[in-house]
Design a protein around this ligand. Structure first.
Ligand code: PAZ
Length: 319
């Protein structure tokens, strides 16, 4: 993909409405952590939408729930990293991911306090048997918030994602080798360019539409070679055909020259990943019992990625 493809993409697609606000947040967060000489990780998480109309009623989406990115974020915080958590709006988020749907309400109860024999203000409390579950997660959340260690940035469409990815990289460049990029989002490979999209809701009265998708430029190319050339970049590769998994991971490493691809299969992504470098590969596996016991593969993935990042930093002499 020549550089003109990604440059054209930005030239032809407007940034999201809240882009400047997000850019300021990214700049401020990065400047603070760079001054403190912290290591920082950009975690991308969740899927991107591909709108079919400018006034979007319908869109193409994908399966990603943001489990990998949100869980990994908690483990990166445990390892002392500052984290930019760039995620799909309404996908899973660190800390709150532990209590989805009714789970949170099921942990609470209401008590009526009596005042002078009459019912007073109701108070809400955490059920005693839920305190052990909630307390450690709440404590970690508070520590991350109070230390300003996490910045939440959200996207919805693939175009939003591309604008935010570049803006984040512009701010991360100053960290040189202390920046880690952990690109776990499932970004659409296909989209409808802005000038090919109808303005208004497609009308069924006009018959079944023929939708023609085009290739999204591979942003890993400018990201690795231009935007954050000194950073440690980890991309993810998802496949459904096992025969393609390693081959395509190696192709990606050869093409973009980054450090590590973490490969996974759609069906087994919660229990098996493969770390692929230009010359080596090894698997991390969780057994059924480990999964049932609540162990998360992200804990092991992040521990190994942090080790790779530390080795990478140690191997580069100080300027
Ligand atoms: O978000 P999730 O936990 O449901 O899935 C994680 C994942 C499979 C999207 C991620 O591990 C991954 O492989 N991301 C890259 C996908 C790709 O573009 O090939």
């Amino acid at each position: 993909m020549s550089s003109s493809h990604w440059e054209e993409f930005y030239a032809n697609h407007l940034p999201p409405a809240d882009f400047e606000d997000n850019r300021s947040l990214l700049k401020e967060f990065c400047e603070r952590h760079n001054e403190d000489q912290n290591s920082i990780v950009l975690v991308t998480s969740g899927g991107t939408t591909v709108p079919l109309e400018h006034n979007t009623v319908r869109f193409v989406d994908n399966f990603s729930a943001g489990t990998r990115g949100s869980a990994s974020t908690e483990y990166f915080l445990d390892h002392g990293y500052a984290v930019i958590f760039m995620h799909r709006l309404k996908s899973m988020e660190p800390f709150t991911r532990h209590f989805t749907g009714q789970q949170f309400f099921d942990m609470l109860d209401v008590a009526e306090t009596m005042e002078n024999g009459e019912s007073g203000t109701p108070s809400i409390f955490v059920k005693p048997d839920s305190v052990d579950v909630l307390a450690p997660i709440l404590a970690k959340y508070k520590i991350a918030q109070e230390a300003n260690k996490i910045l939440y940035i959200n996207f919805t469409s693939v175009v939003d994602y591309m604008w935010l990815l570049r803006a984040a990289c512009e701010c991360l460049a100053a960290f040189d080798k202390r920046a880690l990029l952990y690109l776990a989002a499932a970004v659409s490979d296909f989209y409808i360019p802005s000038d090919k999209m109808p303005t208004h809701k497609m009308q069924s009265g006009h018959g079944a539409p023929t939708i023609s998708l085009q290739l999204v430029p591979k942003m890993l190319a400018p990201l690795v070679s231009l935007w954050v050339p000194d950073a440690f970049v980890v991309s993810f590769k998802l496949e459904t055909d096992e025969n393609l998994l390693i081959v395509k991971s190696r192709d990606s490493l050869n093409k973009y020259k980054h450090k590590l691809v973490i490969a996974n299969m759609l069906q087994t992504r919660k229990s098996r990943v493969i770390f692929v470098t230009p010359t080596t590969s090894y698997e991390i596996n969780l057994t059924k019992d480990q999964l049932l016991a609540g162990m998360e593969i992200e804990e092991h993935i992040v521990a190994d990625v942090v080790q790779c990042h530390e080795d990478f930093m140690a191997a580069i002499p100080l300027q």
